[in-house]
Design a protein around this ligand. Structure first.
Ligand code: NAG
Ligand code: NAG
Ligand code: NAG
Ligand code: NAG
Length: 396
């Protein structure tokens, strides 16, 4: 998650930078500045982004300020979109985009098929995936080990797919022009190939904010969500699951650097007119603060209310835990925000009540499975939710 729980050491830098806003940019200016290594950073909805060096970006993260890095996705505001934005502003929840071609979600009804699959979820398998993921020095978005980790995920998913030749699933890289780590998309086609997509996402990258070249195991952030999706994919593909409408599992590169991978993908999908039924983000699912009640906490901002209600029903139906509605996590806190920005309905089940009970050791070399509070049984519940989400929505 693009969150930092450090206190506002450098908050003044954020304020100063945000204060000097640029005028609307032309595409030529964007290309020229990007070629000089500058990055275009948007910290608030509907406000023109500002240019920053990479070091300034890292300072923003250290100052607990989230953002979209829109260098590759920027579009100059048209008169039309300005009008839409000003109309959008008075809404009580400005992040809530209208759902695209969604009329509602039927309550979960496929327990007879889903429960036997849930019983095939293996904690050993999840532990083995996470051991391998955290063994890379870091999974930093523009480093060699970040690329290696991405290729390891792809190879592992490909092996799972090949071991089940009856499955028509396929795994591919989604490369990004501006940095080295590719995202990954594993697709299970639907009987109705043109049907709306069900998307499940997690971010593969990790970061150490003290030294971006340093050790960043990223066990909770977001090794946990990445593994929830890997294991849900493994169980579905090895059971021969063939959905009615397509289901995609996506592992995003560059989340910690301003939601880079997910923006590239969401923009590409919006441009080619993909219909998206639902997008579920899993980002940090393994931490239970000692002494607190274990819950699955649903993010209320930049998510879709109807989809969030549906996920609460999934939790009721398939998980041992109760759900609650979380506190807002703010602008651009994780990759769901990229999908929300392009008008797709999203939901984000989080590990705990934010921010009080969330894991504070993220973005350091200490984000490991060995900390007090890292809970395998807790993160297991999110694999159940991912599996049920893919099955229930893909079957409709
Ligand atoms: C929720 O679904 C209802 C219809 O089922 C629809 O009228 C409403 O616009 C939806 N709201 C959101 C925020 O998607
Ligand atoms: C995962 O790591 C273990 C231990 O280092 C290794 O033996 C195994 O081959 C790795 N698995 C994959 C799929 O790379
Ligand atoms: C990734 O690294 C290359 C140099 O290795 C640099 O030119 C590029 O700007 C970096 N990308 C981002 C998005 O910071
Ligand atoms: C919504 O559905 C209609 C009818 O199927 C289709 O024509 C339209 O392109 C869809 N819109 C989007 C944004 O997918």
């Amino acid at each position: 998650m693009a969150l930092s729980f450090r206190k506002l050491l450098l908050g003044f830098i954020a304020t100063a930078l945000v204060a000097c806003r640029a005028a609307p940019l032309t595409q030529t200016e964007v290309v020229d500045k990007a070629a000089q290594g500058l990055r275009l950073i948007e910290t608030e909805p509907g406000v023109e982004p500002v240019w920053m060096t990479h070091a300034q970006k890292i300072d923003l993260l250290k100052a607990n300020k989230n953002f979209f890095d829109v260098t590759e996705t920027y579009e100059p505001p048209s008169a039309d979109s300005t009008a839409k934005l000003s109309l959008a502003r008075p809404r009580p929840n400005p992040g809530q985009a209208a759902p695209v071609n969604v009329t509602g979600y039927a309550a979960p009804s496929r327990q007879a098929a889903v429960n036997p699959l849930i019983s095939k979820i293996s904690l050993d398998s999840m532990q083995s995936f996470l051991t391998n993921l955290t063994s890379f020095h870091n999974r930093y978005f523009n480093s060699t080990t970040g690329v290696d980790a991405s290729l390891w995920i792809k190879d592992t998913l490909t092996q799972i797919t090949k071991a089940n030749p009856q499955s028509s699933a396929s795994v591919s890289l989604f490369p990004h022009a501006a940095f080295r780590q590719p995202s990954i998309i594993a697709k299970i086609p639907g009987r109705n190939p043109g049907g709306p997509l069900t998307i499940l996402g997690a971010h593969m990258d990790s970061i150490n904010l003290d030294d971006v070249e340093g050790r960043a195991p990223g066990a909770d952030d977001d090794g946990s969500g990445s593994v929830n999706l890997m294991e849900a994919y493994r169980v579905l593909v090895s059971s021969g699951f063939q959905p009615e409408t397509p289901v995609e599992f996506q592992w995003y590169a560059g989340e910690e650097e301003g939601l880079l991978g997910s923006q590239d993908i969401a923009k590409a999908y919006a441009k080619r007119g993909e219909k998206v039924k639902a997008m579920l983000m899993m980002d940090m699912t393994a931490f239970v603060k000692p002494g607190t009640k274990e819950v699955i906490s649903l993010m209320p901002d930049f998510t879709n209310e109807n989809l969030t209600t549906f996920v609460a029903q999934l939790i009721d139906t398939y998980s041992l835990l109760d759900s609650e509605i979380n506190n807002p996590c703010g602008y651009a806190c994780s990759d769901h925000a990229s999908w929300d920005k392009y008008g797709f309905p999203t939901a984000l089940p989080f590990e705990a009540t934010y921010p009080d009970n969330a894991n504070e050791i993220v973005h350091t070399d200490g984000d490991t499975v060995d900390i007090e509070g890292f809970s395998w049984t807790h993160t297991l519940e999110y694999t159940k939710i991912a599996l049920a989400f893919a099955f229930e929505l893909g079957s409709a």
